[in-house]
Write a protein that binds this ligand. Structure first.
Ligand code: ZN
Length: 355
């Protein structure tokens, strides 16, 4: 059933339309207002500690220590380390170079950087203890390890003074917050969805694979697909929102497409917005949740349009279109005929006040 759904259902959005959508997505910025104040790398886990660098949305960083729910110690791509607000980070999972080796190390004690792998070689620098450095060779292979510090100084250090560390990659992307109140109009819903498209990045996975236990929540996004056939649903995110009241058959904590649609609906319209169910495509609006009851698939409408010949279509964001990986996708186009050609019950869950 599920494979059949995937193959016969609905063409992909043309790339032109996708580009247009992403262009829209980049401009309105619900979260950007605070960016200047919050995008700081601090010397310590406190707002009062010195700001040593600025972070930009989209930067890839490495998490060295997830020290608390509020602060995370990170390394920037140039090797600079410091602390940032944990809410700035979208964790993407454990760094994996492919051979299982780590290319990041931490110094265990103060150590000299030598110009050659030889105790008699001149020193070109010195490192303090607990400094994170890039490893160019594996410490277990030789008495000296080749390292780079801050993408500048390269040399050799005593292999007994360094330990490889596994790190977690993250992307700087301020996480959206749930509020009791949200969009009232279609224009507001469209603007919020555009911002959410930046955080819930197309092609990433809505799951917790590789995310530290204390950082796992409904906002976890990774680069690692679920494998539902092999692993079941152990890495799937869960979310409980008001939408859950419409699906008592699944119990509490929805996963996959339903959990994602429930979360986005609450992010757009607010957790307190009541929910109504209807079946009238003429009343469909941007932000509505479409539920295919028999297929057990959920999608959130991001656009509604009409072709030159009068035929209507929608564009959607969804998770787990393939039923297997919890992949996030934006911009799939579905015509009205395709939607109703499925022979499924097309249920529309709306958060707009009575129209
Ligand atoms: Zn999953």
């Amino acid at each position: 059933m599920q494979t059949q759904f995937g193959t016969r259902f609905l063409p992909r959005l043309c790339s032109l339309a996708l580009a247009a959508f992403l262009f829209c997505a980049a401009s309105p910025a619900v979260f950007a207002a605070e960016a200047d104040n919050t995008h700081a790398l601090h010397s310590g886990p406190s707002d009062l500690s010195v700001v040593t660098a600025k972070l930009s949305d989209g930067d890839t960083v490495r998490i060295l220590e997830h020290t608390s729910t509020d602060w995370t110690r990170i390394a920037l791509e140039d090797g600079t380390t410091g602390y940032c607000d944990s809410a700035l980070l979208s964790i993407r999972g454990e760094e994996d170079s492919g051979d299982g080796a780590s290319d990041v190390g931490e110094t265990l004690r103060p150590v000299s950087i030598l110009s050659a792998p030889d105790a008699e070689a001149p020193a070109v620098g010195k490192l303090a203890a607990n400094v994170y450095i890039t490893l160019l060779s594996a410490p277990e292979d030789d008495a000296y390890t080749e390292v780079t510090v801050n993408s500048q100084t390269t040399g050799y250090i005593d292999s007994e003074a360094v330990r490889p560390v596994r790190t977690i990659t993250a992307v700087v992307a301020p996480r959206p917050t749930l509020s009791e109140e949200g969009a009232k109009t279609e224009a507001e819903a469209r603007e919020t969805l555009a911002s959410l498209a930046v955080y819930f990045e197309d092609g990433c996975y809505w799951n917790t694979a590789g995310v530290p236990a204390d950082a796992q929540d409904a906002f976890s996004i990774t680069d690692t697909p679920c494998d539902h056939s092999m692993d079941g649903y152990v890495f799937c995110n869960t979310y409980s929102g008001i939408t859950e009241t419409c699906f008592p058959e699944y119990g509490s904590g929805s996963t996959q497409c339903l959990g994602y649609a429930s979360l986005l609906s609450d992010l757009v319209f607010g957790t307190e917005a009541p929910i109504r169910v209807h079946y009238d495509f003429d009343r469909l609006r941007v932000g509505d949740h479409i539920r295919l009851r028999s297929w057990e698939h959920s999608m959130v409408v991001t656009e509604i349009g009409t072709e030159a010949d009068g035929s209507r279509y929608i564009q959607v964001t969804e998770v787990n279109e393939d039923y297997e990986t919890c992949r996030i996708s934006w911009g799939r186009t579905i015509t009205e005929d395709e939607l109703y050609g499925l022979g499924d019950t097309v249920q529309i869950l709306t958060r707009y006040a009575e129209d």
